[in-house]
Ligand binder design. Structure first.
Ligand code: FES
Length: 158
């Protein structure tokens, strides 16, 4: 598929999603949520298509995408690592767990490894505070995670 065709296809898909929300700029977050659900992430060309469909500057869409940690501009890895940074997890050492994942996988929060296997992102409270600090890999939940356990967890997926 040529670049032009790809762009055209993105435009059509995105305009359908936006139409479901009446192209209402006040629904931008919901629109981006649904669009990310479709593509898995929000690359620049998709953000531009959303901006054009609802009639707002691309910078506004970009601002929302970068502000909310839920949104991502990069495709997630095959095994997305999500680290809870809610208060309970944070006070139980979630940041150290995050740093350990970053150093073991050699990518930063928000990035995906070169082989596409893992990506790292952070979440707000996922409602499992009793297990703090909590890490999810895909749908699997790990509780009471200590930095020294991170390597073993990663090895489960290697
Ligand atoms: S703060 Fe992490 S699960 Fe609630």
């Amino acid at each position: 598929m040529s670049c032009r065709e790809k762009q055209q296809q993105i435009k059509e898909t995105v305009s359908k999603i936006c139409a479901e929300f009446n192209n209402d700029p006040n629904e931008l977050i919901a629109i981006l949520h649904k669009t990310q659900g479709h593509y898995g992430f929000l690359p620049k060309e998709v953000q531009i298509a959303v901006a054009e469909s609802v009639g707002v500057p691309a910078s506004k869409v970009f601002g929302i995408v970068t502000f909310y940690s839920y949104f991502t501009m990069e495709p997630k890895g095959k095994h997305p690592v999500s680290i809870c940074m809610g208060t309970a997890c944070y006070v139980q050492g979630a940041e150290k767990v995050l740093r350990e994942f970053e150093s073991r996988l050699e990518v930063k929060n928000g990035q995906t490894t070169d082989d596409g296997k893992f990506s790292i992102n952070t979440l707000r409270c996922i409602g499992a505070c009793g297990l703090a600090p909590v890490v999810m890999i895909g749908d699997k939940v790990y509780g009471n995670v200590k930095p020294e356990e991170v390597n073993n967890i990663i090895n489960e997926y290697s």
